[in-house]
Design a protein around this ligand. Structure first.
Ligand SMILES: [Zn+2]
Length: 406
């Protein structure tokens, strides 16, 4: 991979700089000056790119994806609409084989689209069940390897069809972890398996033995969901798993009485549990402002994109950030910037990184957009003009035409 010098870009909307990248990392960052020799010299194969003063952001981090499920790239699949989680699981199992899901081809189509939108690192739940076994994980790994750039990837082995009610799934999850999955997933331990203690003990048992994380889909609301939060908090503390447990969706926290909300949030912070949202438009409010001010690390993801669970989604994390900010009622400049940071620099931990930003030493993941500042980028979600993942150009609309407005 040759060195890249990305000249005249504005990180986070600040003054123009030149960014040098090599070996997958940002190696230097200095004020842009056409006369500065650091801006113009390099090895014979160094690639110099004129960033035209565009706004530079770190690559987007999709902290909750389902890269294995989408039918994107196939003819439109009409979705009848199942009202319940159970109905959607059944719908998916009835139709996925006919669509050839999971496969490397469908995953590659979705992945390519998400990368073109500027996402350079993913935490993907991947279905593990008695039908597909571990094939989905293999498909996702192969599709990501086929991109030809060091795209960030963490795999959650996800028992979408339940755990205890499907004998054999626990063995599959254990094998997935043994073969390199980064996290064990789970799904509504109470309403799906009807045995919250049993499911959680089993999942945390594997995670503890295999030294992997836990990342649980928890849709259950109200007291039922709050009770499962408590069980997750207890196990996280008991096993010393602070920083390695995530609750996805976690609607219950916004669905119980205010005093209960505060106590739950405090316990989540104290246990070192993170929360991911996919900014759903028809679910209880997640209390993003309260979570963040209490110190909970919140991640943002797309969830499934055009799959057998629903017809929506285009995989664009910047548009997801816009929706999240609107749903949270955020209007101040600081909050609008926070929405972009949740989708980028603050999400480092969701993809196993200590830092994810436009900084020396960080992964060379850069997105250029035509916007005056971060707030305008969030509100307009302009086209991504250049996307670099791990020092490799993965999407380029810079060289193909003039910057709009010039
Ligand atoms: Zn999900």
């Amino acid at each position: 991979m040759p060195e890249i010098v990305l000249r005249n870009v504005r990180p986070w909307g600040g003054p123009a700089v030149d960014l040098r990248m090599y070996g997958g990392r940002i190696t230097s960052l200095f004020p842009h000056d056409d006369g500065d020799p650091r801006s113009l010299t390099g090895a014979p194969d160094t690639e110099f790119i004129d960033g035209r003063g565009l706004l530079a952001l770190p690559g987007f981090v999709n902290a909750h994806a389902h890269l294995d499920k989408s039918w994107l790239g196939l003819l439109w699949v009409s979705y009848g609409g199942e009202a319940t989680t159970e109905g959607r699981i059944r719908h998916e199992r009835e139709h996925r084989d006919g669509l050839g899901i999971p496969s490397v081809a469908t995953t590659t189509t979705l992945l390519t689209k998400m990368i073109a939108h500027g996402t350079t690192a993913f935490r993907s739940h991947v279905d593990v069940d008695l039908g597909v076994g571990l094939d989905g994980i293999r498909s996702v790994r192969e599709a990501v390897a086929g991109i030809g750039a060091p795209v960030g990837l963490e795999i959650v082995a996800f028992p979408q069809d339940g755990v205890l009610r499907r004998p054999g799934v626990l063995d599959l999850l254990d094998r997935a972890a043994a073969e390199g999955a980064d996290h064990i997933g789970g799904l509504d331990p109470a309403s799906i398996d009807r045995d919250p203690v049993g499911q959680l003990d089993a999942l945390f048992g594997i995670a503890d033995r295999r030294r992997v994380g836990v990342d649980i889909h928890l849709h259950d609301g109200g007291e039922l969901g709050a009770f499962q939060y408590e069980l997750i908090i207890e196990r996280t503390r008991a096993l010393g798993m602070a920083g390695r447990v995530n609750v996805a969706h976690g609607f219950a926290i916004g669905d119980v009485a205010p005093a209960r909300q505060r106590a739950l949030i405090e316990a989540v912070v104290d246990a070192g549990i993170t929360i991911t949202t996919v900014a759903p438009v028809n679910a209880p409010r997640l209390l993003l402002t309260e979570l963040r001010s209490a110190g909970v690390v919140v991640g943002l993801g797309t969830d499934g994109v055009r799959d057998l669970w629903g017809p929506y989604g285009d995989g664009d994390m910047l548009r997801m950030a816009t929706r999240m900010a609107q749903l949270a009622g955020w209007r101040s400049d600081a909050d609008l910037e926070a929405a972009v940071r949740i989708a980028t620099s603050e999400a480092a931990g969701f993809v196993g990184r200590s830092e994810h930003d436009l900084a020396v030493g960080a992964a060379a993941d850069v997105v250029l957009v035509d916007a005056g500042n971060v707030q305008e980028a969030l509100v307009e979600a302009p086209a991504r003009r250049l996307v670099i993942a791990g020092g490799v150009i993965v999407a380029d609309c810079l060289s193909s035409g003039a910057v709009p407005g010039e």
